[in-house]
Design a binder for this molecule. Structure first.
Ligand code: MG
Length: 157
C-alpha cells in the first residue's frame, strides 16, 4: 500500500497582545494565539498530520516547547522542515484538509490567502490545500482556536 493518511490536532488560547498568525498569515484581530512559538495552530496541526502519515515522530518531540530555540519561532519554518522530512522519507503529499474552529477571527475572508500560503510552504498547488472555518458557538467557554487537519501522502515511485 503506497498511500497513507495522517491526522493532526492543535489548540491554543487566544489572548490580547499577541499577533493573530493563523495558516501562515497575519489576520487583523485584537487577540492572537498564545504559544511558545508564534502559536500558529493551523500550521502545527498540518505538521502533525504529515508526521503522522509518514510514521515519523510528532511536533512536540521534534520541536519541544521547553527548547528556547523555538521561542517565538516562525511556524512556517517549522512546517517547511517537517515537509522536507516527509519528502526525504520518500513521500509526496496528495492533499491537506483543515478545519479551523474558533469564535475569534472569521476565517472565511482569509481562506484564499491561507490556502496560497500553505501551498507555498508545502510546495503544493492551492487546489491541494483546503481550509474551512467553523464557529464554536460559544461552547469552548474561553477564547481558543482549535484545528483539525488530515492529509494523504503517497510513496513516490
Ligand atoms: Mg501548537
Amino acid at each position: 500500500m503506497n498511500q497513507r493518511v495522517g491526522i493532526g490536532f492543535d489548540s491554543h488560547p487566544l489572548v490580547e497582545g499577541r499577533k493573530c498568525i493563523l495558516g501562515g498569515i497575519e489576520i487583523p484581530h485584537p487577540k492572537g494565539p498564545l504559544g511558545h512559538s508564534d502559536g500558529d495552530a493551523v500550521l502545527h496541526a498540518i505538521a502533525d498530520a504529515l508526521l503522522g502519515a509518514a510514521g515519523a515522530e510528532d511536533l512536540g518531540t521534534l520541536y519541544p516547547d521547553s527548547d528556547p530555540r523555538w521561542k517565538g519561532a516562525d511556524s512556517a519554518r517549522i512546517l517547511g522542515e517537517v515537509m522536507a522530512r516527509v519528502r526525504a522519507a520518500g513521500f509526496a503529499v496528495a492533499n491537506v484538509d483543515v478545519v479551523v474552529a474558533t469564535d475569534g477571527p472569521r476565517i472565511a475572508p482569509h481562506r484564499g490567502a491561507i490556502r496560497t500560503r500553505i501551498g507555498k510552504i508545502l510546495g503544493l498547488d492551492d487546489t491541494a490545500v483546503n481550509v474551512k472555518g467553523k464557529s464554536l458557538e460559544g461552547l469552548s467557554g474561553r477564547d481558543v482556536v482549535s484545528v483539525h487537519a488530515v492529509c494523504l501522502i503517497a510513496r513516490r515511485t
